[in-house]
Design a binder for this molecule. Structure first.
Ligand SMILES: *Cc1c(COP(=O)(O)O)cnc(C)c1O
Length: 369
């Protein structure tokens, strides 16, 4: 007889990341995981190389240099910052600290999948609240419905803003309305993994709300615009009591020294975010036009990816197959309950160009006489 895990664990479908291989295809263009278009910042690569010589030493368990660099960059108190092995780890620690059997978490239907996985893992019930049509197309989180779903067992409400995989941005006032409508003893987790890509004036990635309202944590990552997904560095900003709780449950050396050095290096790279955001705006626009021409309904995006709805599962599969035959990997959305849609990361210029050409090409196997 095998050892039985906590029963809720067997209800989890393991996370399926963006694919990275196509059998028989040599040059792969991976546009399935929203990784930054430019690779790692050069200063991060140098920092990793230097850190290699100190790899026999344990990391600084307090992540002092990284928290200070983050504090300086974003104007935040380093004492209220926690770093993690990707923001995924911080999501998991939040679940561990505040959830468990008999508790409930709330997320929007198309919110980030890891909330569901980490919530179930510790035995919490995770309620997915249907989204509503967005003002300019696509869908957005329905704040009223999320508030209505909160009950006596609710411990955490997760909100991704802008959202992955839809790309939708909720105005600050809506996020503030969510916080104001929740009981004080419910934690609001604002996951702002794509914050740097937002060009909307006045957008608050969460730190202003954390300061104003309490019982709120902002999560950020080095995996997207900073190009360090492989190093696994995320961070959170929250009131001191929440940081204290997370520091009690995390591993003492949860972020590797080379990873911390890489993150500090990335923050020091001059003009990196500006360059990335300008590139993103240019190519996201071109890509959106190509997706529309290919029959996709493109949802409004404030991120480095686009979700396009092709109207049917078959149509989405046909586009996916055509792209795969040319070595282009994009993200299927069946796992999110959107089998008629595909998600496209804005890659480097040559990658976007190849994607645009492939979208306009006839299906594979079509003969031209
Ligand atoms: C990519 C992503 C993360 C995870 O980032 P890591 O820091 O790599 O763990 C978290 N939340 C959302 C919404 C994401 O898209």
């Amino acid at each position: 007889m095998s050892v039985a895990p906590r029963p809720s664990i067997l209800s989890i479908d393991p996370y399926v990341g963006g694919e990275s291989k196509i059998p028989g295809v040599n040059r792969i263009i991976k546009l399935s995981s929203n990784e930054g278009a430019f690779g790692p910042p050069p200063a991060a690569i140098e920092a990793i190389t230097r850190a290699a010589r100190e790899a026999h030493r344990y990391p600084d368990g307090n992540a002092t240099a990284l928290r200070e660099a983050l504090g300086a960059r974003f104007g935040l108190d380093p004492a209220r910052i926690i770093t993690g092995n990707g923001s995924d780890e911080l999501i998991s620690l939040l679940c561990l600290a505040y959830g468990g059997e008999g508790t409930e978490f709330i997320m929007s239907a198309y919110g980030f999948m890891m909330y569901d996985i980490s919530g179930r893992a510790i035995g919490s019930r995770v309620l997915k609240v249907a989204e509503k049509p967005g003002p300019d197309g696509g869908t957005v989180a329905d704040i009223d419905a999320m508030l209505a779903a909160a009950g006596p067992r609710t411990r955490i409400v997760f909100l991704t803003n802008p959202n992955n995989p839809t790309g939708a941005l909720l105005p600050n006032a809506e996020v503030a309305r969510l916080r104001a409508g929740l009981r004080d003893d419910i934690l609001l987790v604002l996951d702002s993994a794509y914050a740097e890509y937002v060009t909307e004036p006045g957008y608050d990635p969460g730190d202003k709300l954390v300061n104003a309202a309490g019982n709120t944590i902002m999560l950020r990552t080095f995996s997207k615009v900073f190009g360090l997904g492989g190093m696994r560095v995320g961070w959170g900003y929250a009131p001191a009591d929440i940081i204290d709780v997370l520091n009690r449950v995390r591993g003492p050396f949860n972020v590797a020294s080379a990873s911390m050095a890489a993150a500090v290096g990335a923050l020091s790279e001059p003009g990196w975010v500006e360059k990335s955001v300008a590139h993103n705006a240019e190519w996201r626009g071109k890509l959106a036009a190509a997706l529309r021409a290919a029959g996709g309904d493109v949802w409004p995006s404030h991120t480095n990816f686009l979700l396009a709805d092709f109207g049917s599962t078959e149509a989405a599969r046909a586009v996916d197959a055509k792209l795969k035959s040319r070595g282009l990997i994009v993200r299927g959305m069946a796992g999110y309950g959107l089998p008629q849609a595909l998600r496209f990361t804005v890659g480097a210029a040559d990658e976007c160009q190849l994607l645009i050409e492939a979208l306009g090409a006839p299906p594979p196997g079509t003969s031209h006489g």
